[in-house]
Write a protein of this length. Structure first.
Length: 300
């Protein structure tokens, strides 16, 4: 037991340190941007999204891609390429190891992979500190939604029933997996994470087919890519994994309110509450010329 507590404390400290560092890097946009019109004119910029099409990461990127070109000198063409697999690792490793550092490839994957690097996750082939960070478009508000087929409509009912609910996940390092696992350890949620989906769009298909019964997802994604399921009452929001209740769903309780020990509360604050600020980073490969990095930062 003591060993598990030490591991949890280490996990929390590592996450806090990494996220603080990445936030600081991502917010440093003050350097003047030099004109790159001669370089970017008639060029094509690829944005590599490490999930399947149709999910939140893909939707954010395709929305940004529609408008980005007019803010970059030379107005290059912007295309989106999906590169799903291994819980965002295939896309992240590609941007780090394979993509040319010429300012024409941008990567987008889940930021909690940076912690997985520190924890020694197999398959991580990047050094988070060597990416060039463009920015983070939004902070997500994570919540757990369950299928109406479970018959569960409240946290009290779920905990009392001890019914193990299958939650769809993408892989370790993804909020779809990490948040439910931490909540299972800290507040005793009876759940099983079924990982291996290539994106939340695939999780949604599995949810609708009855293969899984719930998901941990951003409220912003629920409102967009899960709109039909919400409107048809096929999914019920059970819990918010954020510090303060979101104003749009004030009747859904907070996870931290179910924590019965100081240790559990610290874990939730240190791990879950710090995921949102860096969950959607846009990055450039190591070695990208500084002036091109600053051009894209200045117009992100």
């Amino acid at each position: 037991m003591h060993g598990k507590l030490r591991d949890r404390r280490l996990y929390a400290r590592c996450l806090s340190s990494v996220l603080t560092l990445i936030v600081a890097i991502a917010l440093c946009y003050a350097t003047p941007v030099f004109s790159q019109e001669s370089f970017y004119k008639d060029k094509v910029i690829r944005i590599v999204v490490a999930t399947a099409a149709g999910g939140g990461y893909d939707l954010y990127t395709r929305t940004i891609a529609r408008h980005l070109r007019k803010y970059i000198p030379g107005e290059p063409t912007i295309v989106v390429e999906n590169m799903p697999g291994a819980g965002h690792l295939i896309g992240a490793n590609y941007v780090y190891k394979v993509a040319k550092p010429d300012g024409l490839t941008i990567g987008h994957f889940i930021g909690s992979l940076f912690l997985q690097q520190l924890l020694g996750k197999p398959g991580v082939e990047f050094d988070a500190l060597k990416f060039n960070y463009i920015g983070v478009p939004a902070q997500d508000n994570y919540m757990i939604g369950l299928s109406k087929t479970t018959g569960i409509t409240s946290m009290e009912q779920w905990i009392a029933s001890k019914r193990i609910v299958k939650i769809g996940g993408i892989g370790a390092g993804s909020a779809t997996d990490d948040i439910p696992k931490v909540l299972a350890a800290t507040i005793g949620l009876p759940l099983q994470v079924v990982a291996g989906y290539k994106g939340t769009s695939e999780v949604r298909l599995a949810f609708n087919s009855g293969e899984i019964e719930g998901i941990c997802n951003a409220w912003e994604s629920f409102k967009s890519t899960w709109r039909k399921e919400l409107d048809d009452n096929e999914v019920t929001l059970i819990l918010q994994a954020i510090p303060v209740r979101h104003r749009e769903v004030p009747n859904v309780p907070l996870a931290i309110d179910y924590a019965k020990t100081d240790e559990a509360k610290r874990m939730i604050r240190s791990v879950i509450h710090t995921i949102a600020p860096t969950v959607r980073p846009y990055v450039l490969p190591p070695g990208t010329p500084k002036d091109r990095v600053e051009t894209l930062r200045g117009h992100s």
